[in-house]
Design a protein around this ligand. Structure first.
Ligand SMILES: N[C@@H](CCC[C@H](N)C(=O)O)C(=O)O
Length: 292
């Protein structure tokens, strides 16, 4: 298998995560390794979270995030909780600070086992999301899918949580929309020069949203933490809800709190499945014990 490093297969509310320990190395997990691992039946994942050393005051580690298709992502809320749980069980520490492409994040494991991640501040300016055209009101942009006079999905709110999100507000059950069909079209729509994560969201009440997400570089997922944050801030910004909401994703509930200081806190679980060793260049891997 060549040179290998430890990995743990984990999940955050069913968002499949492979945490790879790249500490002590100067190379990176390759896109080829990500694509090979993603194809495995036991290691199929939504994101790889590769933990790297960093020489930056007050920051514990750098996290390199890769999607199933080998592309890099700026943020991954569910994956960050998995990294915290892995590091907390290794070190006994409860609080960590990470650098990602989205910026510096702090995260903490609570006594209950739940983990909170400070996902940073949302960005609503069109050129920062980014969009390809000027939209000064990003609470509702001109974008629709379906017949021109009877669109199935239209007028999404858009936001960045470090990564780009479009939230389509729907009236019916979120399961009644064919996200598998519309997701790829919207993810790759020219309005999103860096592609986008596409969600359908339904307001249940002032403190509850239902959400399904088609993730950029991945496809349909059981949970997307950054999408839950984006949906929560867009809902509060448009007065659909308050600033503290439970976001029900297919894998279960996430608690989102858009604090007065503009930071978005996300709280939820993380679960370990099995561990092993992986070659970060090729994706060849071996489990420590046969995975269930
Ligand atoms: N599952 C993630 C989001 C992962 C990144 C996304 N696919 C992107 O490319 O932006 C989460 O929990 O936030």
């Amino acid at each position: 298998m060549g040179s290998t490093v430890p990995f743990a297969k984990m999940n955050g509310l069913g968002n499949d995560i492979v945490v790879i320990d790249m500490r002590g190395r100067s190379d990176a997990v390759t896109a080829e390794a990500a694509i090979a691992l993603a194809a495995g039946d036991k290691t199929g994942f939504d994101q790889i979270m590769a933990i790297h050393d960093i020489d930056l005051d007050g920051v514990d580690y750098r996290i390199d995030i890769l999607n199933r298709d080998g592309s890099r992502a700026q943020a991954c809320g569910n994956g960050t909780r998995c990294v915290v749980q892995a590091l907390a069980s290794e070190t006994g520490r409860k609080r960590f600070t990470f650098k990602t492409l989205a910026g510096i994040l702090t995260a903490e494991e609570h006594e209950s086992g739940l983990i909170s991640v400070d996902m940073g501040m949302p960005e609503f300016r069109w050129n920062k999301i980014p969009l390809a055209e000027e939209f000064y009101d990003t609470t509702r942009i001109e974008l629709q899918i379906g017949p021109i006079d009877a669109p199935v999905l239209h007028s999404p709110s858009v936001a960045s949580m470090g990564n780009p999100h479009a939230i389509f507000w729907v009236k019916e059950d979120v399961w009644s929309y064919d996200l598998e069909r519309f997701g790829p079209l919207l993810e790759n729509h020219p309005i999103f020069p860096e592609r986008a994560n596409i969600s359908v969201a339904r307001v249940i009440d002032a403190a509850t949203l239902d959400l399904r997400t088609w993730e950029r570089g991945v496809g349909l997922t059981r949970a997307c933490g950054s999408a839950a944050c984006a949906a929560a801030v867009c809902a509060a910004r448009t007065e659909r809800t308050g600033r503290q909401v439970t976001v029900n994703v297919p894998g279960g509930p996430l608690e989102i709190d858009w604090r007065a200081n503009n930071q978005v806190m996300m709280t939820g679980p993380a679960e370990w499945e099995f561990s092993g060793r992986v070659n970060p260049e090729t994706g060849a891997w071996q489990a420590d014990e046969a995975p269930a």
